[in-house]
Design a protein around this ligand. Structure first.
Ligand code: IVH
Length: 379
């Protein structure tokens, strides 16, 4: 019990808080010690033991999981006018809108996951599916190092309710994605297209060992269902989730007016590139959760929230030529020489083509019209 407590605490401080308290070597030593204890006493192994994150059996298919409440989607706004129109619409429906504040959060470009806890224990995790029924990916989710296997993670946290279901987003950081592709390139294996579809493939892999080997991260942002009365604002919900020990994005800006919302959303068009992960917009949420709920839903979109989508960072240009870089170890990496275009304020004239299979697969030819996408520093 002693080593397990310390491993859990160290894991949380290292992965969630980013403030490690013990060295990596000490962490490995403790984990090894725990494994040995559990080998000698298999009856002591608990489902939330730190040793239970890796591995798990390969399954043939995923079981279905009914969500306790619909896992909704979001309507989009593409500019300031779209945000103001949303505000006007909901103000007409309910006069309380004029007094409420808003929370603006990054719109993570990942996959929704729904996590179930019973008396603090992580018991089930599902994909969104059709919003009513998802797929049971519990064994895969256990491998995510920031996913709490038991809440509260620290003794200082509030006691867990009997039943708690939360929603979050699983994603891959850009540097981890680039490193993964460099490894693939060195091994001569297939190149992943985007962090998002790599995360999707990893989460829905039937072999949890594959998921464990992918650098998946997690942010949690909604309490979907709880046996206790949940906080009455979105900002208090985020604070509560963080107190339980969930990873919560530290970007959530409370705005007093729609004009402030517009300003914050527009300020993130450029700032998005300073983040370690891809976001495709900002999510604007009515802070008062009772009001948000009362506003109701249209189709699958709640009226109390809206996604502000950033201007596209994909542009079309012409492939002028193909060059080849020779790496330190002699690896040849082809790159595209493009007719110069502006993407998000940066002039782009080159893009990676990864390897020769990539060129063959996409049937890329000089003179082609090509779509060019910028993801951080990678074109
Ligand atoms: S709230 C009803 N918050 O964006 C509430 N969603 O286009 C809807 N997403 O399917 C979700 N970051 O997967 C919310 N901070 C965030 C989000 C977020 C990413 C995703 C989510 C959803 C999609 C909607």
């Amino acid at each position: 019990v002693g080593s397990e407590m310390c491993i859990r605490d160290s894991n949380y401080r290292y992965h969630v808080l980013d403030t490690p308290i013990i060295s990596d070597a000490e962490y490995d030593r403790l984990l090894q010690e725990l494994k040995e204890i559990e080998r000698a006493h298999p009856e002591w192994v608990t489902p939330d033991s730190p040793t239970q994150r890796v591995g798990g059996a390969v399954s043939e298919r995923f079981e279905k999981v009914s969500h306790p409440a619909p896992i909704l989607s979001l309507a989009n706004a593409f500019d300031a006018a779209g945000l103001r129109a949303w505000y006007e619409r909901i103000s007409r429906l309910d006069e309380r809108v004029q007094e409420t504040s808003f929370v603006v959060e990054p719109k993570l470009d990942g996959l929704t996951v729904v996590l179930h806890y019973e008396n603090g224990l992580f018991v089930r995790g599902a994909t969104r599916g059709d919003g009513e029924v998802g797929e049971d990916i519990t064994v895969n989710l256990r491998t995510l190092k920031t996913l709490p296997l038991n809440i509260p993670v620290t003794r200082a946290g509030p006691a867990a309710p009997e039943r708690l279901v939360v929603r979050g987003e699983a994603f891959i950081n850009l540097v981890d994605f680039e490193a993964l592709n460099r490894q693939q390139e060195e091994k001569g294996e297939k190149i992943y297209q985007t962090p998002r579809n790599t995360a999707a493939g990893a989460l829905r892999n039937l072999d949890p060992a594959v998921t464990a080997a992918r650098p998946l991260r997690l942010y949690v942002y909604t309490i979907i269902d709880s046996s206790e009365a949940p906080p009455d604002t979105q900002s208090a919900s985020l604070a509560r989730l963080a107190e339980y020990g969930f990873p919560v994005s530290d970007i959530h800006i409370v705005c007093a007016s729609i004009e402030e919302v517009v300003e914050v959303c527009e300020s993130w068009i450029d700032k998005r590139h300073d983040l370690p992960y891809e976001i495709d917009g900002m999510v604007v949420k009515i802070n008062d959760l009772e009001l948000a709920d009362d506003l109701g839903i249209v189709g699958k979109d709640p009226r109390g929230a809206i996604a502000y989508k950033f201007p596209a960072e994909t542009v079309t240009t012409t492939l002028l030529d193909i060059g080849v870089n020779v790496g330190r170890t002699g690896v040849l990496t082809p790159y595209a020489i493009l007719a110069a275009v502006q993407i998000g304020g940066v002039t782009v004239q080159q893009a990676t083509l990864h390897n020769f299979d990539f060129i063959a697969e996409k049937d890329i030819r000089i003179g082609d019209k090509v779509m060019v996408k910028r993801a951080g520093d990678v074109i």
